[in-house]
Design a protein around this ligand. Structure first.
Ligand code: SF4
Length: 567
């Protein structure tokens, strides 16, 4: 299935991993030979992605989601139960090859965790009883097709639809209009609507499309970033499950405007179970003449391929994603040049988030004015929020930009809230006195993750987990991030253990500042945010932690002294 081209390397390795349970070391030279790459490149890619392995994984490969929200639901107890019942260590395949368990970053199911993937299929709503039963089924080697169906159900949990989620477009509705009006008019509609990228950065979509359109070169590409790896976010999962047609339509529109003939949807490996659905939608669009040669009889030809990721958070960064699309390790590129002039295969590439493309189709189908009428002056339209944590009803909430964090809390039934992590670990942790801040690019800018922590939660421990997450996901390219995340991890551990000195606190600030200024991509630039926000906004919480553990230690020493004093 894979042509002999270097850019097929990652996809070929994913196929081999799925078929064989590993990428055997003694196959790698043949793979290199087949694709015309070096053995070092093959090894480098296998080492880079968390979901690839040269060592055989278990016939049942369990990947347990490990976000703070999964832990709220007791995922650590579930992990311990599975390890004990199956007689395994984390990350080590059992000698009989039957099973392995791996702890992985958030798999995009924070609304129905604790969750796991078993051989790529999602298991939601894990309970201790379900974990025990899962272990028993694996021990009896029961085929997954015979496991309880309900275990694999993924609910969409659309709790509050707004402009985007309440309107159903007819297949091809936007594309027909665009083909009638021409690419300039379509681009102008996107510009008038004021659409900005929904991935978090908020770049002007019309400007991006115009730059890609005006860039030189024989070929252009559209890329759709469906690699939502920010812990706590899952809105793209729901859009892909419920609005795939609209997303593909948005990709076609982008292709029409910039003059591309090919689009690539980069789907995070954790969402591989959505592939059959997405491929079926693509097939329907081809059958309806909406994709392929001469779309709807016009002079515009365009088709879309879906490429899989393999478990690497950093691939959400747009240039890392492009590297990954080219089959390489997902290491962010130096910029400039920017992808609009030299992206995929060094050709002009318009790279947009899933939600942005769905909005683009809505704008062309229903007009720029309705879109522009909502939101704030600098943030037009609406935003999907993935709400999780200590709320009565987790799920997807769509708000017009400008809604306050307090309004979101009221909608999802949150009480006694101590803090909200807006935008995931790389975003911002806000305290109650900031709950009137607005969801908008000019205030609380977010890709969509909205995690709520009530007064029971240990914010020090949460910041510590986020810091470990960044250290785990750092690609290691640049020194400030590679070393800085390790230093921050050490400081976070000391803070968590109640033994952070003033020098440690200063180090967090100094390292954080250095990383923000010197790191190559957003991961390193934001990795210190959880600790810095904790230190600056939640002083009583972390100070109490230091005192209480010091007191315990002092009590222990006194007790020990008493023991020793006894005859
Ligand atoms: Fe890699 Fe971190 Fe540098 Fe980004 S900041 S390129 S993740 S080492």
């Amino acid at each position: 299935r894979h042509p002999r081209r270097p850019d097929r390397l990652l996809q070929l390795l994913i196929d081999i991993q799925q078929a064989r349970g590993c990428v055997p070391a003694d196959w790698q030279a043949a793979i290199a030979d087949h694709l015309g790459v070096t053995l070092a490149q093959v090894r480098g890619v296998v080492d880079f992605y968390h979901f690839l392995s040269a060592q055989p994984l278990g016939d049942y490969c369990i990947r347990l989601s490990d976000s703070v929200i999964d832990r709220f639901g007791g995922s650590l107890a579930m992990r311990d139960c599975l390890l004990e019942r199956l007689g395994i260590e984390p990350g080590v395949t059992r000698p009989d090859g039957r099973v392995s368990l791996h702890v992985t970053s958030c798999i995009g199911l924070a609304d129905q965790g604790p969750a796991a993937l078993v051989n790529g299929l999602p298991l939601t709503g894990l309970t201790p009883a379900r974990a025990s039963r899962l272990a028993a089924l694996i021990e009896r080697d029961v085929a997954m097709a015979d496991w309880p169906r309900g275990w694999f159900e993924v609910a969409n949990h659309i709790r509050q639809p707004g402009m985007l989620l309440s309107m159903r477009l007819r297949r091809g509705e936007a594309l027909v209009k665009a083909l009638r009006s021409g690419p300039e008019a379509a681009l102008d509609a996107i510009r008038r609507a004021g659409l900005r990228g929904r991935g978090g950065a908020g770049f002007d979509t019309a400007l991006k499309w115009r730059l890609a359109r005006e860039a030189g070169g024989a070929a252009r590409y559209v890329a759709c970033n469906a690699d939502e790896g920010e812990p706590g976010t899952f809105k793209d999962r729901v859009l892909l499950a419920t609005r795939a047609d609209q997303i593909f339509e948005g990709m076609s529109l982008a292709g029409y405007v910039i003059g591309a003939e090919r689009g690539l949807l980069y789907l995070r490996g954790e969402y591989a179970y959505l592939l059959p659905h997405l491929r079926a939608v693509l097939q329907r669009r081809r059958a309806d003449g909406l994709l392929g040669e001469r779309v709807l009889g016009s002079g515009f030809s365009f088709d879309i391929d879906i490429e899989l990721g393999a478990g690497a958070y950093v691939c959400g960064e747009e240039t890392a994603m492009i590297e990954s699309l080219e089959g390489k390790r997902g290491i962010p590129r130096l910029r400039p040049p920017f992808p609009v002039s030299a992206g995929y295969l060094d050709c002009p590439t318009a790279n947009n988030n899933v939600e942005t493309l769905a909005c683009a189709a809505l704008i062309i189908a229903r007009g720029a004015d309705a879109f522009r009428a909502r939101g704030t002056g600098k943030s037009r339209g609406s935003k999907l929020l993935s709400v999780s944590g200590d709320v009565a009803v987790p799920g997807i909430y769509e708000f017009d930009f400008g809604a306050t964090a307090r309004e979101v809390l009221a909608a999802c039934g949150a009480v006694d809230v101590q803090a909200i992590q807006v935008g995931g670990p790389s975003g911002v942790l806000i305290a109650p006195e900031q709950f009137d801040r607005r969801i908008a690019f000019e205030d609380l800018s977010t890709g969509g993750s909205f995690m709520v922590f009530d007064s029971r939660r240990d914010l020090v421990d949460i910041a510590r987990q986020f810091t470990h997450f960044f250290a785990f996901e750092s690609c290691g390219l640049c020194t400030p991030c590679r070393v800085g995340t390790q230093l921050l991890t050490r400081a976070a551990d000391k803070l968590g253990e109640g033994r952070a000195s003033d020098a440690d606190l200063r180090e967090i600030e100094d390292v954080g500042r250095l990383m923000r200024e010197m790191s190559h991509c957003g991961l390193g630039q934001t990795a210190a945010n959880p600790l810095l926000d904790l230190l600056s906004r939640f002083r009583p919480q972390w100070e109490a932690r230091q005192r209480s553990l010091s007191d315990e230690a002092a009590d222990g020493e006194l007790a020990g002294a008493g023991e020793r004093a006894r005859p």
